[in-house]
Design a protein around this ligand. Structure first.
Ligand code: NDP
Length: 252
């Protein structure tokens, strides 16, 4: 995507990123901060989150706050409590990037471990829903809120061996569409499919692949910026590819 954002694209914006400790989410948090946003970092590893917050401040960004929330064990109550803690420091949320995700097992349906299936659904769908529900009141305080979910090519076309992960990403697309229709005119809701990107998750799904052949998280940031900022303000209920035309990989 060729997109040249204004340097102040996200000035005064308050943006929350889940899975901000690593991979694409970490890069998105650093990038949003560079374009002027105030960042709220969510993840399960306090040390990694603190490092990201320090990196944001060291590069001249507005001070970021971080909160730990393990999506595997979170409940509607713990998500509501977290939203209340956030609300004591921030009057609203202008953007939420739901990026945290769990791959689970890449193997045929007949061999998918039901316990791991449930973990993938908990992290990618149930926990993400609990958190969304808890954050909606803060998002609705914004006059140009952007809620972004993270999908995958296997969330649009099922493919052998992608089991729970594929099912959870189909559900993600569905949740996005329902919310987009419910909040038409008040909050826009979209999905991003990053496409194969050089991260730990990708390496565990494709262990023999040469990572140098993949785009880095930094390479795919133009779409993340565009969809978070006002240049995309009429878009809602849509799903976007960060790497249009890229062929999906075959699970090994
Ligand atoms: P990574 O594994 O590199 O990062 C995942 C992030 O999610 C980390 O910050 C991780 O935290 C966090 N996370 C995982 N489990 C939990 C949990 N239980 N509670 C809270 N946070 C958690 O993955 P990517 O950056 O590659 O993936 C980001 C998103 O992009 C995911 O939704 C993924 O499905 C999607 N995607 C990625 C593709 C790719 O090729 N990379 C392709 C298509 C979609 P921690 O640092 O503690 O591990």
């Amino acid at each position: 995507m060729h997109y040249q954002p204004q340097k102040n694209l996200l000035q005064q914006r308050i943006i929350l990123v889940t899975g901000a400790s690593d991979g694409i989410g970490r890069e998105a948090a650093l990038t949003y901060a560079r374009y002027g946003a105030n960042l709220i970092l969510l993840g399960r590893n306090e040390e990694k989150l603190r490092d990201v917050a320090q990196e944001i401040e060291a590069s001249g960004g507005a001070p970021a706050r971080w909160y730990t929330l393990d999506l595997l064990t979170c409940t509607p109550t713990s998500c509501t409590e977290l939203a209340q803690r956030i609300a004591t420091h921030y009057p609203r949320l202008d953007g939420v990037l739901h990026n945290a995700g769990l791959l689970g097992e890449v193997r045929p349906m007949a061999e998918q471990d039901p316990a791991i299936w449930q973990q993938v659904m908990q992290v990618n769908i149930n926990g993400t829903f609990f958190l969304t529900q808890a954050l909606l009141p803060l998002l609705l305080q914004s006059d140009s809120g952007s809620l972004i979910f993270t999908s995958s090519s296997v969330g649009r076309q099922g493919r052998a061996n992608w089991g729970a992960y594929a099912a959870s990403k189909f559900a993600t697309e569905g949740m996005m569409q329902v919310l987009a229709e419910e909040y038409q005119g008040r909050l826009r809701v979209n999905c991003i499919n990053p496409g194969g990107t050089r991260t730990k998750m990708r390496a565990s799904a494709f262990p023999t692949e040469d990572p140098q052949k993949l785009k880095t998280p930094a390479d795919i940031m133009p779409l993340y910026l565009w969809l978070m900022g006002d240049d995309s303000r009429r878009k809602t209920g849509m799903t976007f590819d960060a790497q249009p035309g890229r062929k999906a990989g075959i699970a090994q």
